[in-house]
Design a protein around this ligand. Structure first.
Ligand SMILES: NC(=O)C1=CN([C@@H]2O[C@H](COP(=O)(O)OP(=O)(O)OC[C@H]3O[C@@H](n4cnc5c(N)ncnc54)[C@H](OP(=O)(O)O)[C@@H]3O)[C@@H](O)[C@H]2O)C=CC1
Ligand SMILES: C[C@H]1O[C@H](OP(=O)(O)OP(=O)(O)OC[C@H]2O[C@@H](n3cnc4c(=O)[nH]c(N)nc43)[C@H](O)[C@@H]2O)[C@@H](O)[C@@H](O)C1=O
Length: 335
């Protein structure tokens, strides 16, 4: 796979100076922690962080007070209620309520306190269930959504619309980035709430250690998914945040909407993924498919031409990413 072109990035990236006050909302999560690694790796030192206990982003008064006191100049909005297919399907009210509350409070208070640049993280589930593949940004709102995550997707679409509306009415330059399914360090390995990759890593690893001859996976294994290592996503997000005139036009649509997909551009079936994870973990037992569990969207492959056009490419293949993620899982579970 082509390695990230640092030269292109440096040419376009000369804003967001290293003393800028940058708020990473959700800094302990999969995405937020990767954003902090990427920013620190680029020399940023004034990164504002709050846990959900220190600052509950569903509390509007607390969010207002935080922005008033800390005055961030840039905001990465990676705090959200997040989960895999089962969690989304089991807690639809929480997924719509908490996400609408967090993003409404953060986007609005960011604007009220003069933040010109905010990056909102959406998800590839915003596109219609039966979307033409690969999914282009312009396919948003062209068909019915996948029922297992519709409340979450509707909240994310509202977030995109807020960025669009604030940009139009108030002249901000907010970005809405739609990542494909992600994985990497600090992922959620709780089997009831997790996405498929951490679930497979944990299930295969525990079966290997216990000597169990069988691992049960969900659905039919036939849906297709695209995956991106979270460090590649984070570098892409930092890159986008730093673009100024000359780079940004490349991904604005006819209404100047800064909606941009980010993914690897490659997908595979869940069954193929299972074989890859099994190999990485070195598990030799049988895989059983529980068809009573939902499959979800049949296929989710993003069109990533816009992202590639602004000089970003992923650096890790899925197999490489799975290998480093399993090593990270081992390091964390053995300590
Ligand atoms: N994981 C994935 O595959 C994908 C994720 N995304 C998007 O990326 C973003 C980040 O997801 P991800 O990192 O995976 O999620 P995680 O669950 O790993 O992290 C979410 C973070 O949000 C914070 N948070 C949740 N509720 C609140 C609250 N009420 N107040 C303050 N903070 C809160 C948590 O903080 P704390 O730890 O302090 O409790 C947590 O660290 C989300 O917008 C998600 O939709 C998009 C596509 C795929
Ligand atoms: C990021 C994305 O994530 C969610 O959508 P999803 O892509 O369907 O998520 P998932 O990772 O949970 O499953 C992918 C596929 O894998 C299958 N699968 C097999 N075995 C296990 C398993 O053991 N656990 C899980 N979770 N899935 C399994 C599972 O049945 C499905 O077919 C939404 O939250 C959505 O809102 C969203 O944005």
């Amino acid at each position: 796979m082509i390695r990230l072109s640092c030269t292109v990035i440096r040419i376009l990236s000369n804003t967001m100076n290293q003393n800028a006050r940058i708020y990473v909302a959700g800094h302990r999560g999969l995405v937020g922690s990767a954003l902090v690694r990427a920013l620190e790796g680029e020399g940023y030192t004034r990164i504002l962080k709050r846990t959900s206990v220190e600052l509950d982003l569903t509390n509007q008064a607390a969010v207002r007070e935080f922005f008033q006191r800390e005055r961030p100049e840039y905001v990465f909005l990676a705090a959200a209620k997040v989960g895999g297919i089962l969690a989304n399907n089991t807690y639809p009210a929480q997924f719509i309520h908490i996400n609408l509350a967090i993003q409404t409070n953060v986007i609005h208070e960011a604007w009220r306190h003069g933040v010109q640049r905010l990056l909102f993280l959406g998800s590839s589930c915003i596109y219609p269930r039966e979307c033409p593949q690969p999914m282009k940004e312009e396919y948003l709102l062209t068909g019915p959504l996948e029922p297992t995550n519709r409340p979450y997707a509707v909240a994310k679409i509202a977030g995109i619309e807020m960025c669009r509306a604030y940009n139009r009415e108030y002249g901000t330059r907010y970005l809405a980035v739609m990542p494909t399914n992600l994985y990497g360090p600090n992922d959620n390995y709780d089997l009831a709430g997790s996405h498929v990759i951490p679930a497979m890593i944990r299930k295969f690893h525990e079966a290997k250690v216990s000597g169990s001859g069988q691992v049960v996976l969900w659905g039919t294994g036939s849906p297709r998914r695209e995956f991106l290592h979270v460090d590649d996503l984070a570098r892409g997000c930092v890159h986008l945040m730093r673009l100024e005139g000359g780079g940004e036009e490349a991904f604005l649509d006819s209404e100047n909407v800064p909606l941009i997909n980010i993914g690897s551009g490659v997908d595979q079936t869940i069954r193929e993924l299972a074989e890859m994870v099994r190999e990485v973990v070195e598990y030799t037992g049988e895989i059983v498919w529980d068809a009573d569990k939902p499959d979800g969207t049949p296929r989710k492959l993003l069109d990533v031409n816009k992202m590639n056009a602004v000089g970003w490419q992923p650096s890790l293949t899925l197999r490489e990413g799975l290998a480093v993620t399993y090593q990270d899982f081992l390091a964390r579970t053995s300590s």
